[in-house]
Design a binder for this molecule. Structure first.
Ligand code: 6PG
Length: 257
């Protein structure tokens, strides 16, 4: 992120508990605004561990503040495993959120993982997205993402040819760790979201954030940095363990709200 570009929007929270609460509360406001504005809200969920406490709040204390019948749920990526596999992002969302809220099944749009070929599944999901997004690219009202220690986001990994995809919305990729076969939205399909929330918790995420948020040239190959560069609106939700140390200069000083 070069100096002349807008300063990154970084929200620093004490810990994962505060991060989760603030993300969930912000999501409630955003979802209600979208439904008031357009009659529906499209939310793309992330995999990994970080979103789980956010899901738990949306499925409990905040559950009745969301017009679930107007919310359509999608996924930014998926491991190419059966839905009942412990590694499934859809399976994690079912257990932590979907099974506890009155969101109609017809509003849930998981990535298919039952085709013999992941590429066929990617094309199938692109068709699903085209049914919900009329334009040239999908425009999720809210896109939740995490970030890996290697700077990956969704299932876009450093060095992947998928990072150069400019036509397809969904592609198969291969992760450098199990489960290796994945489906992921491509950078342009992610970047068009009205609001992107990248969640990062824990000391292990600090090195990536230090580089990305201070525009360190070595971060340019990180998929999450490429996304931040292209995104319409991206907010970093980080806890104190993951937050860059206070920095000053043309990229600004990161501070608590
Ligand atoms: C996945 C996610 C992936 C995740 C990061 C961070 O399918 O695993 O989409 O991009 O968000 O790996 O994961 P944690 O939240 O577990 O640190």
């Amino acid at each position: 992120m070069s100096a002349e570009t807008q300063r990154p929007d970084v929200r620093i929270c004490d810990d994962l508990s505060e991060l989760s609460r603030r993300v969930a509360e912000s999501a409630v406001v955003l979802i209600n605004d979208a439904v008031r504005r357009s009659g529906r809200c499209t939310v793309a969920l992330s995999g990994g561990h970080t979103p789980r406490p956010v899901h738990a709040l949306l499925a409990s204390e905040l559950r009745d503040q969301i017009p679930w019948s107007s919310v359509h749920l999608f996924w930014g990526d998926e491991r190419y495993v059966p839905a009942d596999d412990p590694a499934s992002n859809y399976g994690m969302a079912r257990a932590t959120l979907l099974d506890h809220v009155p969101c109609p099944e017809a509003n849930m749009h998981p990535m298919p993982t039952f085709f013999p070929e992941p590429d066929v599944a990617a094309c199938d999901y692109q068709r699903t997205l085209r049914e919900h997004f009329a334009g040239a690219w999908p425009r999720f009202d809210l896109l939740l993402l995490g970030v890996g220690e290697d700077g990956h986001t969704a299932s876009l990994f450093p060095g992947s040819s998928a990072l150069n995809e400019r036509t397809r919305w969904v592609v198969p990729t291969v992760a450098p760790f199990e489960p290796t076969n994945r489906l992921t939205l491509t950078l342009p399909a992610l970047a068009g979201a009205e609001a992107i929330y990248v969640l990062a918790s824990g000391r292990v995420k600090r090195p990536v954030l230090e580089r990305v948020l201070t525009d360190d040239p070595t971060s340019r190959h990180y998929p999450v940095a490429r996304l931040a560069e292209a995104a319409r609106a991206l907010t970093w939700w980080v806890d104190a363990e993951a937050a860059p140390q206070a920095t000053t200069g043309d990229t600004g000083t990161f501070r608590r709200d």
